[in-house]
Design a protein around this ligand. Structure first.
Ligand code: S6P
Ligand code: ZN
Length: 192
């Protein structure tokens, strides 16, 4: 008889924005990603405090194509200089693996980019379901004053490629300009 992977539930504890069981937790502080922000002087001045930027609660399933990885990200509010807190951003290691996001709480943007430099961004608020098609790098940005909390699901074998975004960056950055959320050109963006 074949041994089947057993079905199971995970509970999203909405009031605390955590999963039960917590699964594999990834914690990103400013020191894990300071070089990604535009204003390096402000990044350095926050380094003593080293704020928590985001946490990812990953349900543990095998990393193979038959399975669907799923997780909750809690992206905290804050800014480095005028640039809003954001995730590192990545392509999937297997580039053509898509992803679905569903926003539970807060507000933010999902910024996306292809390897030949196409750029798109979508607004997310509670109830928004966003589709990241195959081949698009993706990053989320918290443009609000509350934690921005979303669920993600993607093919089990997708993997994560952070290096390309670390090197090249996204074409645009999301900043606070006199109290308004603005998308501006990234002067450090370099399409090789
Ligand atoms: C995974 C999915 C999300 C992110 C998470 C953190 O494919 O896109 O769960 O991993 O939002 O972002 P990042 O860029 O640090 O992985
Ligand atoms: Zn992804």
């Amino acid at each position: 008889m074949t041994t089947h992977f057993k079905p199971f539930n995970t509970l999203f504890l909405e009031s605390q924005s955590i999963l039960e069981p917590k699964g594999k937790v990834i914690t990103r502080r400013l020191s894990d990603m300071a070089e990604l922000y535009q204003d390096q002087k402000s990044a350095q001045s926050l380094m003593d405090e080293n704020p928590l930027v985001y946490e990812v609660f990953n349900v543990e399933v095998p990393e193979s194509i038959e399975h669907i990885q799923h997780c909750i990200t809690v992206l905290y509010p804050g800014k480095v200089g005028e640039e809003f807190f954001m995730t590192k951003g990545h392509y999937h290691e297997i580039l053509n693996r898509a992803e679905i996001y569903f926003c539970f709480k807060g507000e933010g943007k999902l910024v996306m980019q292809t390897q030949d430099g196409d750029y798109e961004e979508l607004d997310m608020k509670p109830g928004t379901i966003s589709y990241v098609p195959p081949n698009w790098a993706h990053r989320t940005v918290n443009t609000g004053e509350e934690p921005f909390v979303f669920f993600a699901a993607y093919p089990g074998d997708a993997g994560h490629n952070y290096g390309d975004i670390e090197k090249i960056g996204f074409r645009k950055v999301i900043v606070n300009e006199s109290g308004e959320v603005k998308t501006v050109d990234n002067p450090r963006y370099q399409l090789s």
